[in-house]
Design a protein around this ligand. Sequence first.
Ligand SMILES: NC(=O)c1ccc[n+]([C@@H]2O[C@H](COP(=O)([O-])OP(=O)(O)OC[C@H]3O[C@@H](n4cnc5c(N)ncnc54)[C@H](OP(=O)(O)O)[C@@H]3O)[C@@H](O)[C@H]2O)c1
Length: 313
Amino acid sequence: MAIADLVLGTMYFGTAVDESTSHAILDAFAEAGGTTLDTANCYSFWRSDTGRGGQSEAVIGRWLARNPGVRERLVIATKVGVEPVPGGPEGAVEGLAPYVIRREVERSRERLGIDTIDVYWAHADDRDTPLEDTVSALGELVRNGAVRRLGASNYATWRVDRARALAKARAVEPFTALQLTDSYVRPRPGMPAATDHRFGAVSDETRDYLDAHPDMEVWVYSPLLRGAYDRADRDLPDGYDHPGTTRRLDALAATARAVGASAGQVVLAWLMHPERPVRPIVGVSDVRQLRDALEAAELVLDPADRARLDAAG
Ligand SMILES: NC(=O)c1ccc[n+]([C@@H]2O[C@H](COP(=O)([O-])OP(=O)(O)OC[C@H]3O[C@@H](n4cnc5c(N)ncnc54)[C@H](OP(=O)(O)O)[C@@H]3O)[C@@H](O)[C@H]2O)c1
């Protein structure tokens, strides 16, 4: 795989990662040949004093404005659906009603300062809005040129399939990408993965669906489990403590030694399987972490290394 397949996650840009560091990361990413940015209208409300999102898109927008010509070389992805409702009950989010989608796409385009969003993600399923309404509203955005492509994040696979069938019946753009979490170690069966979303993790069912639908791309979020593979100050999340993890961490350490890379870099290289279109979304908070990810994107695991990793756990 290559740097162009890596996605830069910008969730904390403008909140936990200050603007000048965010811009330095974006500069280094673009200079290295990085192509794809992932953000959301709600990033990152939980790290902001206002309790509202939008900071990440705004930081990207100001960086694009300072770098004329760079936008044409980039794929810019953003999301709608989980921004909190102002003054609403605890945990209430905007959802995916047509009026929310139409309002939020304009706000995202304005913050980013772009005419067309390359990939627009439904951030999480909204079971209170008829799926056909969401599908039609998203499809309309492609038809009117506000958006190029659509993706679904944190959806149950059956709901993605149903949405695609509804899009086909209405002759509108379907979802052609999934955004879910995945990594090398996996939680114990029955334990939630490291995501707040019930259907947020890649499962065997997801892989089966992807095998049968080659037009679908998958982007995986939080692949480094917040740095836990390499950092003594970060534990693996609850639910990952089981014998399979021990075997996988041993195989990872052996592979990292063999190829002269860090464990996190091997995880990214392993995920970027040459025969399966998985695109890791890396979160970084400084340029050094970005460089580690860029090196990983160019790391080619030989068949013996890959076999050792696949066989463990
Ligand atoms: N669709 C969704 O629901 C969803 C959910 C979550 C995330 N996402 C997307 O996925 C992206 C990545 O998510 P994430 O931040 O949770 O990813 P992650 O891969 O689990 O963690 C990223 C964190 O790992 C640490 N790290 C990264 N590289 C490192 C290195 N070389 N050495 C040491 N530590 C390192 C950093 O922590 P420190 O900053 O503490 O140093 C960094 O912020 C987000 O930006 C967002 O675009 C999507």
